[in-house]
Design a protein around this ligand. Structure first.
Ligand code: GDP
Ligand code: MN
Length: 383
């Protein structure tokens, strides 16, 4: 999961990394107040999770607070499009950062080297531009420092590598320190990528992370409740973000048949069956084990947040999960949401008969096999 630049900088600052001051906002008046703290000398930076924001017009330097505020107003709600992200992303927040004078721009990142089975630090004196371009044109300008999984990274190793990297002598000591901090941050937050581009050297000889990209392994996020809010912000899809908050396994798939089941395997089979019947699944949703009526209702509500859904397939194999609880949940959701789209339910296993008896009192269509259920929902939804 990618964190925004301001979240990445906050996280890295906790590990001692020097970052320019600043604050995030979506309000032009507040932007002006933040810019005033730096006498108007700021950079306004769109907080969107895509590369190449500078080229896309999402990063601009100012020497006047009112102009920074005006640009904030212009950016909020605007769709930024870059080469890396042709669909673009809407700007919801901007970072008003202290503008630093930059004499030189470097590149530094920490990532996993899968082939070698260890972390690697990549360092280059050629920062600011896309690292892929440097790798292509002047690969000798990228230094790789492997991190031994058993011994870790030793300062002498980093010092030797930094000395050969071609970065300014006055910045070398600070760079060694920053690299050790970045590796520590990577290991202690279960990150899967940390990238500083540019890592800026000021004319006064100070080294700062002028931009920062951190991505954290989302399966480890439960260990870092302090980043939970970042998680809501970071998810690209608003329904997925809400599902994550509720602890429900939901993935948006882009089709129009909503799918709910219990157990990841059963849900995946249901998706296959919908496909085989000629339908396009809208989502994956696993209600989890032992779901009660209330949770099933929440799940139906979640799936129905996708405006494309025109049919709903529910496939439950009762084990610990009781069929009648599921049926009650579906009924409550139908009532509350006043659903008019077709719903097909296949309920098997524990309390299946009770479930079918409940469902019979409604407009829900019953089915005994998964294939039958998929065929029916596709027929009804695309009629
Ligand atoms: P990106 O395009 O999404 O990678 O956004 P960056 O944060 O890297 O900003 C793009 C470029 O703007 C950087 O490479 C810098 O050249 C420039 N820039 C960003 N912040 C500052 C700053 O504080 N001072 C100066 N002088 N330039 C900056
Ligand atoms: Mn950058």
């Amino acid at each position: 999961m990618k964190l925004h630049e301001y979240q990445s900088k906050d996280l890295l600052a906790r590990f001692g990394v020097t970052v320019p001051g600043g604050d995030v906002t979506s309000d032009p008046a507040e932007a002006k107040a933040i810019a005033d703290r730096y006498n108007g000398k700021v950079v306004v930076k769109a907080q969107v999770l895509m590369g190449g924001r500078g080229k896309a017009g999402g990063v601009k330097l100012f020497n006047d607070s009112s102009e920074a505020a005006a640009f904030t107003k212009e950016l909020i709600g605007k769709r930024l499009i870059s080469i890396q992200n042709p669909d673009g992303m809407i700007v919801e927040k901007v970072l008003i950062a202290e503008q630093i004078d930059i004499a030189e721009e470097y590149y530094v990142s920490v990532l996993l080297d899968r082939a070698a089975g260890n972390l690697v630090v990549m360092l280059s004196s050629e920062g600011g531009m896309e690292i892929e371009e440097v790798a292509e044109k002047t690969p000798e300008k990228i230094i790789r420092i492997p991190v031994d999984p058993a011994w870790g990274l030793e300062a002498f190793q980093v010092r030797a590598a930094v000395a050969e990297s071609g970065i300014n002598k006055i910045a070398q000591g600070q760079m060694v320190k920053m690299i050790l901090q970045l590796v520590k941050a990577y290991q202690e937050t279960d990150a899967d990528l940390i990238e500083i581009n540019p890592c800026a050297l000021t004319p006064e000889g100070k080294l700062l992370a002028a931009d920062a990209k951190v991505s954290i392994d989302e399966n480890a996020l439960f260990r870092y409740p302090e980043y939970a809010s970042a998680m809501e912000d970071g998810a690209d899809d608003p329904i997925e973000a809400e599902a994550a908050k509720l602890g429900i396994a939901y993935v948006r798939l882009g089709g129009d048949i909503g799918v709910i089941g219990n157990g990841a395997g059963l849900v995946m089979c249901s998706l296959d069956e919908v496909n085989a019947a000629g339908g396009r699944p809208a989502n994956f949703l696993d209600v989890g084990g032992g779901a009660k009526a209330e949770r099933v209702k929440t799940c139906v509500e979640l799936v129905m947040k996708d405006p494309n859904v025109k049919g709903l397939l529910i496939n439950i194999f009762g084990g610990i999960t009781r069929g009648d609880e599921v049926a009650k949940g579906i009924m409550e959701a139908l009532e509350q949401l006043k659903l008019t789209i077709p719903v097909v339910a296949r309920v098997e296993g524990t309390a299946a008969e009770e479930a079918l008896a409940i469902l019979k009192t409604s407009s829900i269509v019953g089915a005994t096999t998964m294939q039958e259920a998929a065929g029916k929902i596709v027929e009804l939804a695309y009629k």
